[in-house]
Design a protein around this ligand. Structure first.
Ligand code: NAP
Length: 294
């Protein structure tokens, strides 16, 4: 086995970071905590998912969030609104759940149909119930180092990095993709851990050069094989957030087959960041429930 950040031995393949297994452990831990709560006469944490329209990937994601929340003993509600719904109706729905005492987490599934504003929807969620961590207040808390609910995918990236045992302090970390959902918050979280962070985006002049310097690499763009395997610095730890469907199969943004021969640790797609993100949503819902009782 290679230490994180160390060059792999000749012919050694990277260790695959088992996001699926980590997510299962997290769900099992939550199920035990919820069972203890309910045995003590307290209510189970509550999650509502709001799905607008019939985007097939969104339907799959929401079904999974519903299934996994129920499996661990959460109270789970699901709202499905037609694609033709007005912004006011979406805001009314959010407001109703802001004022529902046994709901701790409100998940507005993105993307919304084009005539609706994700920004208005996310901003309408009570920040204390914003289990996706995308309300401007929670984003601001992250950027100013204050406590608050944090976005699930970036936290998952950090947990998967930590699972390798890597000490992030002083590491050269490169994040590819600068969205508010993944790239920017993960860069902030790496910075918090004293990594030296480079954030790459469409304007980056020489992506290959930046990637080749990364001891820690997080890629979140949504373009299959954008990052070529032979760009990877030997021994790097690679987190591939991308989800792309190619010839009916899910692939990430990193050319996995080549990268696995150079990295020390790498996440697979599927089975890496994806399952962890759903588990983190459940963790945030549990944490929101506990925080609302204080
Ligand atoms: P997004 O909002 O489309 O953002 C993509 C980012 O990549 C943008 O900052 C974009 O820059 C940048 N970009 C585009 N082309 C680039 C290039 N050639 N070089 C460098 N940067 C480039 O997407 P997202 O929501 O962050 O998601 C990214 C990927 O992660 C998608 O595949 C998505 O499905 C996946 N994802 C997975 C999970 C999970 O749980 N595993 C969760 C969320 C997202 P501009 O903004 O300047 O165009």
């Amino acid at each position: 086995m290679n230490g994180p950040g160390q060059a792999p031995e000749v012919d050694a393949l990277a260790e695959i970071i088992d996001g699926k297994g980590r997510a299962r452990e997290m769900r099992e831990g939550l199920a035990r905590q919820i069972a203890l709560r309910t045995a003590a006469g307290k209510r189970a944490p509550g999650l509502v998912t709001i799905l607008v329209g019939e985007d097939p990937p969104s339907q799959i994601y929401v079904a999974r969030k519903q299934r996994e929340s129920k499996e661990i003993g959460m109270h789970s509600e699901s709202v499905e609104l037609p694609a033709s719904v007005s912004m006011d109706e979406v805001l009314d729905t959010i407001d109703r759940y802001n004022n529902t005492p046994d709901i701790d987490g409100i998940l507005l599934q993105l993307p919304l149909p084009e005539h609706l504003s994700a920004e208005r929807g996310l901003s309408a969620i009570d920040p204390a119930k914003d289990v996706d961590g995308l309300h401007p207040l929670n984003q601001g808390s992250l950027f100013t180092g204050r406590p608050g609910l944090r976005p699930c995918t970036p936290v998952s990236c950090m947990l998967l990095l930590d699972s390798t045992g890597i000490d992030l302090r002083g590491k050269h970390a490169v994040v590819v993709g600068s969205s508010a959902l993944v790239g920017k918050p993960v860069a902030m979280m790496l910075l918090e851990r004293f990594a030296t962070v480079v954030l790459c985006h469409v304007g980056t002049a020489d992506l290959r050069e930046e990637v080749s310097r990364a001891e820690v690499l997080v890629v979140a763009v949504g373009k299959p094989k954008l990052v070529k395997g032979d760009w990877i610095k030997p021994g790097a730890v690679v987190i591939d957030v991308g989800i792309n469907r190619v010839d009916g199969k899910l692939v990430g943004d990193v050319e996995f087959e080549v990268a696995v021969e150079r990295a020390s640790y790498i996440t697979p797609v599927p089975g890496g960041v994806g399952p962890m993100t759903v588990a983190m949503l459940l963790q945030n819902t549990y944490d929101a429930c506990v925080a609302r009782e204080l």
